[in-house]
Design a protein around this ligand. Structure first.
Ligand code: NYM
Ligand code: MG
Length: 213
C-alpha cells in the first residue's frame, strides 16, 4: 500500500491568541498518537537572512517600506515551500504557526491605500495549500488582557482589531472558506486543545478518504 501523504496544518490568530501553545500541543499529540512524522515550523522563520531582516523590522531596529516588508514575509514562506512540499509528499505532517493568512491581514491592516487584501494575496499564490487552517479566534481586548502584548511592531490593540476584522473577511473568501475552521480561543487551554484535535481529526479523515473539496 502506498504511504499516505502528510498533511499541512496551519494555526492562525491574533497575537496572544494562544497559537504557539496550541501548536506545540498538537505537535506533541500527533507525535504520540498519529502514524506519521511531524515537522513543526513557524512563520516568520527568523533564522534565515530574510527572517533576520523581518526580525529587525518587527523589533523596530530597522524600517522597511510597507510593500517591501510584505514581500519579505512572503519570500520567507517561499524559501520553505519546497521543504514543506517534500515533507508532505514523503508522508510527514507539517504543523505551522502562522502562514500566508497572517501575511495578508497584518499588511492589509496597515491601511496603506495601495496595499489592500487583494494586492497582498498575489505573492502568496501557489504556496502549498493547507489541509486545514485553525483560526484561534479571540477578541483584541481579551487577547490584550492575557498579560498584555509585547513590544513588537503591530502589537497594539487598534491594529489587532483591524487584523481580526480582516481575518473575518478572509475566512469567507472563495479561496479560503473551505480551509479555515474557527476555534473559540477564549476558552481554557484544555478545551481549546480538544476542539483543535477534533477539527484536525476530521480534516485528516477528509483528505485520506479523498473527500477534500
Ligand atoms: N506577521 C507574521 C506578518 O505581519 N506577516 C506575516 O507574514 C507573518 C507570518 O509578525 N505580529 C506578523 C504577525 C506578528 C509578527 O509573529 C510576529 P509571531 O508569531 O508573533 O512571532
Ligand atoms: Mg507575536
Amino acid at each position: 500500500m502506498a504511504t499516505k501523504r502528510g498533511k499541512l496544518i496551519v494555526f492562525e490568530g491574533l497575537d496572544r491568541s494562544g497559537k504557539s501553545t496550541q501548536c506545540a500541543r498538537l505537535v506533541e499529540y500527533l507525535r504520540q498518537n498519529g502514524s506519521t512524522d511531524v515537522k513543526h515550523l513557524r512563520f516568520p522563520d527568523r533564522t534565515t537572512p530574510i527572517g533576520q531582516m523581518i526580525n529587525n523590522y518587527l523589533a523596530g531596529s530597522s524600517q522597511q517600506e510597507d510593500h517591501v516588508i510584505h514581500l519579505l514575509f512572503s519570500a520567507n514562506r517561499w524559501e520553505l515551500a519546497q521543504t514543506i512540499e517534500s515533507a508532505i509528499a514523503g508522508g510527514t505532517t507539517v504543523v505551522v504557526d502562522r502562514y500566508y493568512y497572517s501575511g495578508c491581514v497584518y499588511s492589509a491592516a496597515k491601511q496603506n491605500p495601495s496595499l489592500d487584501l487583494a494586492w497582498c494575496r498575489h505573492p502568496e499564490i501557489g504556496l502549498p495549500r493547507p489541509d486545514i487552517c485553525l483560526f484561534l479566534d479571540i477578541n483584541a481586548e481579551d487577547a490584550a488582557n492575557r498579560g498584555g502584548y509585547g513590544n513588537e511592531r503591530y502589537e497594539k490593540q487598534d491594529m489587532q482589531d483591524r487584523v481580526r476584522g480582516l481575518f473575518g473577511e478572509m475566512r469567507i473568501h472563495e479561496d479560503e472558506k473551505d480551509d479555515i475552521v474557527v476555534i473559540d480561543a477564549g476558552k481554557d487551554i484544555e478545551t481549546v486543545e480538544k476542539c483543535v484535535q477534533e477539527a484536525v481529526r476530521v480534516a485528516i479523515e477528509r483528505v485520506d478518504s479523498g473527500d477534500r473539496p
